[in-house]
Design a protein. Structure first.
Length: 237
């Protein structure tokens, strides 16, 4: 039986590189063990086949940000369960690579409200997390709201600028019809139950709410349960 050794040591033996280079290859997700990517230099290997993937480089892998299309009322663990290579949106054009370390210290930014599905940003970038924590109330969100009922023009005007919630006058927002049964809401800092309440005030029953945009960043046509990488260096708010 071959004695088990650290993956980094095995890689050094195979390709004659430095310890730091071996660690960077592994941490960057460029090394496989029996065909599966392993990004932990301390991982013990024995007789398994260790290989360096084509295109491997020693650029240190940084933190990631991503967008997911999630169902309503999922907790963080349930949301992260969809973060797999198989669930990556096929139209994602980024060069990002999903690694095990990306599951650590990744936080939802501007979490979805109860009963709301759709776009969720998750990030390991401290700066992006801080931006949403500090400025989230001032970032516009766009939501599609499926409703049941009729809405005269004067009541549509009330939805835009004339209603209250929890005893306080609401700031103006933008509400328009997208179809015979769907309204588009564009507003800042929606509160739990706010959209359901204002719709009830004008005689509409809310059937479903889906967030599709945060600031200048849209989810696009990404299907439910899928995700794509997000360039956190771009202006999102």
């Amino acid at each position: 039986m071959t004695e088990s050794v650290r993956l980094s040591k095995r890689l050094i033996q195979q390709i004659d590189c430095s310890r730091r280079e071996a660690e960077l290859y592994i941490e960057g997700g460029w090394v496989t063990v029996d065909g599966e990517v392993v990004d932990q230099p301390q991982f013990l290997v024995g007789e398994q086949t260790v290989a360096l993937l084509p295109g491997a480089n020693t650029t240190a892998a940084g933190p990631i940000s991503l967008i997911m299309n999630v169902a309503a009322d999922l907790n963080k663990a349930q949301t992260l369960a969809f973060l797999t290579p198989e669930n990556r949106w096929r139209d994602d054009q980024s060069a990002g690579r999903l690694l095990k370390r990306h599951f650590f210290e990744i936080k939802p930014c501007l979490p979805l409200l109860p009963g709301v599905s759709g776009m969720q940003i998750l990030s390991q970038h401290w700066g992006l997390q801080r931006k949403f924590a500090d400025d989230g109330e001032r970032i516009e969100q766009e939501l599609m709201v499926d409703v049941e009922g009729t809405l005269p023009a004067e009541k549509l005007a009330l939805l835009n600028s004339g209603l209250s919630f929890l005893g306080k006058k609401l700031p103006p927002c933008k509400v328009s019809w997208q179809s015979e049964t769907r309204l588009r809401f564009a507003l800042k800092n929606p509160l739990p139950g706010q959209i359901q309440s204002v719709c009830e005030q004008v005689g509409l029953k809310v059937l479903a709410i889906k967030r599709i945009r945060i600031g200048t960043t849209s989810m696009g046509k990404m299907p439910l349960g899928q995700w794509r990488f997000l360039d956190a260096s771009k202006n999102i708010g």
